[in-house]
Structures are given as C-alpha cells and as structure tokens.
Design a protein around this ligand. Structure first.
Ligand SMILES: *Cc1c(COP(=O)(O)O)cnc(C)c1O
Length: 375
C-alpha cells in the first residue's frame, strides 16, 4: 500500500494517554483543577499574567472580541489570508471586518495598508501570524498606539513563535491560541486567550460561563447575569492532554524548525518554487510550510502530489472571496491583489514533528519532480 503523508498531524504518546486516563478516574471531568493548571502553565510559557482556556480557538476568538467590547458600527482591520474564524467572529459581534492586503513576501498583513484603512469607526486590529511567522509588530504596535486601537493577535498558527525575543502572547492586548490536532499542541478541540490585562481576564471568565457573576455573600448558589453568554468551557480531560503536550513543546517546535530548514535548503535554488520567508525580527514556529508555484500549473502539481500520497492543502482562499463577505460587505475579486496572487499559486506541503527523514525526503523529491514537469 502506498504511504499517505498528511499536511499536519498530532503527536500522541503514552504519557499523554496516562495523563488523560488519570483524569477519567478522578472526580472532576469538566472544568476543574486541571483547566486552571493548564492555564497557569500556558501563561508561564508565554510570559504573561493571565490565561483563560476555551472549548476551541474559535470560541476563544469570539470571547476576546467580546471582552474588547466590539459592537455594532465598529470596524476591525484584519487580513483576508486567514482561517475564516478570525473574521467570522468579528461579524458575530456585529462589527465589520475591514481587510488590509498582505505583504508579498511575509504573507502577513501589511502595516502600510492598515494605515490606509483606518477610519473614525476603527476600534481594533486583528493580526494573524500566518504559517507561524509573527507579523511586523514594530510597525503595528506603533499604529495601534498612535490611533488608540486594540490589538488582538490570532496566534493560532504561532504558539511558541517569537518577535524580538518575546514569545507570542506577551505583546498584544489579547492573544488567541488553538489546540486543534494540526496545531503545535493539542487538546482535541480547545483554545486559549492570554493577556496581561486584568479587566479582560475577568470578562473572559464570565463570557466562558454564561455570564454568571457569582455572589456568595447572597448564598453559595447565588449568581447574577448582567450580559448573557455561552457555555465555552473546556474539560479537565482535555487540559490533562494539553499539559502533557506542553511538556513536549520544545521538541515539537525544534522538529518543525528542522523540517522547515531542510525544505528551505532543498527548494531555495529550484526555479519554479517560491519558499516562505520569515519576518526579519521574528522566529517562526512553523505551523505550515506554504510554497508558491506557477499559478497556471498549480492544480496540476497539486493533483500529482495528491496521487503520490502527499496530502497537500491550500491555506487559504482569501476571505473576501467567500459569498457571505461579498454579499454582506461588497467585497469582490481584485480587492486584495497580493492575497489573491498568493492564493492562486499556493500549496501547503506536509510539516509535522512526527515526520520521518524518509517522509521528508519523499516529499522533497516528489515536489521537485512535480514542479520540474510543470513550470
Ligand atoms: C485553527 C485556527 C483557528 C480556529 O481554531 P479552532 O480551535 O479550530 O476553533 C482560528 N484562526 C486561525 C488562524 C487558525 O489557524
């Protein structure tokens, strides 16, 4: 049987399984002491004061926007090149996502285009560290400060990445991580918001749990609702997995960097392949490795690799091209040239810590072969 190599895959070992089973045998299953332990460990890892765990990266994003008090009439400047949740959740707060184009080389939101999109209604900037590569925060911080805007960082691609020697999570007003199985560490489904702001921290905990404000002075059962919310809780079962995964984060990131380096060395002189570049003050944690090929031959190359068992993928169709965004906000083809040009030529090739030398070499030789035939 031919080997199938996915574009991303989790790493689960016996330690992980033991940690989960231990919780299954305990008295607490849903949100309990292990959730809090996981939050404290993530906060420590990122070098921040507070962390609040959620049922997914998506519910974490929604809660961060709600904690930032986004409301109808507000505009949030964000990138069209991201997973839909970054922007979908802005819409669920009745705010408007205003896209700014990406930089051709880093694939991250272009600070120069952010400046052009600021209006009286702009409340926040929501950045995405595409592929694990932190944005140009030197510029973006200045823009946020000068214009009194909230900076929310969707770092779902970039857990453990660094900018100017500081880890993601430690510089924006709020930073969001996802623990989906293709991400750096997994809890099955899960997410986290980290922040140094106590007000956001308190709001996030309420938003996670129906908006229930406990007032024990009125009785142990007593709570009040000021703003109704959802059940976005994560479980102790999942956070036991998260804690055990966090023990391996240095190894996971080192592996990802090593594979990215091998790819870069192998492809940098190949005509017909454009390799991803890192922002100059950043250290990527390499969530994915997106290459660019001749747009007219992209489909052909993609299909060849799929046939060879290499489950390549495309991240992402720019959000302004989705029917909802066209209909709701009037976006159209041609609005964000760099994002569209990237999308038309992009292929994400496999990158995950458990890849063997043999699998890496297999991917390299078949990518080269497919591109040489189709440039
Ligand atoms: C994975 C991801 C999310 C959503 O995370 P889930 O845990 O799947 O809800 C949001 N934004 C980006 C950029 C992501 O990659």
């Amino acid at each position: 049987m031919k080997k199938i190599i996915p574009y991303g895959h989790q790493w689960i070992d016996n330690e992980d399984i033991k940690a989960v089973v231990k919780v299954l045998k305990s008295d607490w299953l849903t949100q309990g002491p292990v959730v809090e332990e996981f939050e404290k460990s993530i906060a420590k890892y990122c070098g921040v004061k507070y962390a609040v765990a959620f049922s997914s990266g998506t519910s974490a994003l929604y809660s961060a926007y709600m904690a930032g008090e986004l409301k109808e009439g507000d505009e949030v400047i964000t990138t069209p090149l991201t997973f839909a949740a970054t922007s979908n959740m802005i819409c669920f707060c009745h705010a408007k996502p205003v896209f700014a184009d990406i930089e051709k080389d880093t694939l991250n939101i272009d600070p120069k285009d952010i400046l052009k999109k600021i209006t009286k209604k702009t409340r926040a900037i929501a950045t995405v560290d595409f592929a694990g590569n932190p944005c140009n925060y030197q510029e973006i911080f200045k823009i946020a400060k000068d214009n009194d805007l909230l900076l929310i960082e969707d770092a779902c691609h970039a857990f453990g990445a660094q900018y100017k020697g500081k880890k993601t999570g430690s510089f924006a007003d709020m930073t969001i991580f996802s623990f989906h199985p293709v991400k750096h560490i997994t809890t099955g489904e899960g997410g986290m918001v980290v922040t140094n702001n106590k007000v956001f921290f308190e709001r996030l905990k309420l938003i996670r749990n129906h908006g229930m404000i406990k007032k024990p002075e009125n009785g142990p059962w007593y709570f009040e609702i000021e703003n109704p919310s959802f059940n976005f809780r994560i479980t102790d079962i999942q956070c036991a997995l998260g804690l055990s995964q966090l023990n391996k984060i240095e190894k996971f990131i080192a592996k990802r960097k090593e594979i990215a380096k091998i790819y870069t060395e192998s492809f940098k002189n190949i005509e017909g392949i454009i390799i991803p570049t890192e922002e100059h003050l950043a250290k990527s944690s390499w969530h994915i490795y997106p290459i660019r090929v001749n747009a007219e031959k992209r489909m052909k190359i993609f299909e060849m690799l799929q046939k060879d068992g290499i489950k390549v993928h495309v991240h992402y169709m720019p959000l302004h091209l989705h029917p909802f965004y066209k209909k709701q906000f009037g976006y159209k083809e041609g609005d964000f040239k760099n994002a569209e040009e990237y999308y038309n030529s992009a292929i994400t090739i496999p990158l995950f810590p458990k890849m063997t030398k043999k699998e890496i070499n297999y991917v390299i030789s078949f990518v080269k072969k497919a591109v040489l035939k189709n440039r």
